[in-house]
Design a protein around this ligand. Structure first.
Ligand code: G3H
Ligand code: ZN
Length: 281
């Protein structure tokens, strides 16, 4: 059933588990995530990037919302990383459970103003807003310690930001990066703990692909109740298709769609197990 992101995250926070938010791009992705969640009896979040919506935002939104409505488990639909007020408004108007108003690239005061405006729109519709403080990179190679620290979420700033914007979830930068970790992941758990202690809303960790299992468990213990996962699921899909094409000259389209779904289901189920959200719906 289509569910409230805020309710899913608040329950997860109270009960000590996390909800997986998996990026989907098409029917195969949404099918894989919902099927994995149903098999595991887990709540789940289907999240969509603005770049995926560019291909046909109304059809992709409608398909995701319809799959959420028909699912036998709780499924929220979330707009990921969006700095366009127009796109955020579209998502809120067409029924997304939540949106990420991503003003993290803006100067601090501008981020507050932008996030506050989107939060007002969302609150009027009883929907949730996630924001981000700090700067999440795609690559961290060659970065100095000072540069690394400067990108991280400041706990005191987080308190001020949450108070001024009224967001319902905060994405933190504590050494997590999007995409491939070219060096062993090094999360600042002391910083995560300080943020969790000072703000009473659910914390979100982006860049979950490639994080070791024990870091995921530790992050949950330190207040993270939404993990964003994209690369691992997308790679499983593309790898499966690539292998299939490499192994045969004759490939049926529906067959590779099914293959893609099966390939994506595995990492989703594995992450649900790690997030401890199985049997929580
Ligand atoms: O918003 C999406 C993510 O933060 C996904 O990160 O591709 O490293 O799993 P990832
Ligand atoms: Zn992200």
């Amino acid at each position: 059933m289509l569910s409230s992101t805020a309710a899913l995250l608040q329950r997860a926070r109270a009960q000590g588990y996390a909800v997986g938010a998996f990026n989907i791009y098409n029917l195969e992705g949404a099918t894989a995530v919902v099927a994995a969640a149903e098999e595991m009896r887990s709540p789940v979040i289907l999240q969509i990037l603005p770049s995926a919506l560019q291909l046909g935002r109304r059809p992709l939104a409608a398909m995701s919302l319809s799959m959420a409505e028909e699912a036998s488990v709780e499924v929220a639909v979330h707009l990921d990383h969006c700095s366009s007020a127009e796109m955020l408004t579209f998502a809120l108007e067409c029924g997304f459970s939540s949106v990420m108003a991503d003003g993290s690239a803006m100067p601090y005061e501008e981020n507050i103003q932008f996030t506050r405006e989107i939060t007002a729109l969302a609150t009027a519709k009883n929907r949730a807003v996630e924001a981000e403080l700090g700067k999440l990179s795609g690559e961290e190679d060659g970065i100095t310690v000072a540069e690394r620290e400067a990108k991280m979420t400041d706990p005191d700033e987080a308190v001020d930001f949450v108070k001024k914007t009224g967001v319902s979830a905060l994405a933190v930068c504590v050494g997590n990066i999007h995409g491939t970790y070219h060096q062993p992941p090094n999360l600042d758990f002391a910083r995560l703990e300080a943020i969790a202690k000072q703000i009473g809303i659910p914390l979100v960790l982006h860049g979950t692909s490639g994080l070791p299992d024990e870091m995921i468990t530790r992050a949950i213990d330190h207040g993270v109740c939404k993990f964003n996962v994209n690369t691992e699921v997308r790679s499983a899909y593309m790898q499966a298709l690539g292998d299939r094409f490499a192994n045969s000259a004759k490939v049926e389209l529906v067959e590779i769609m099914q293959l893609g779904i099966a390939a994506m289901k595995e990492p989703v189920k594995e992450k649900i197990r790690l997030f401890k959200s199985a049997n929580m719906t």
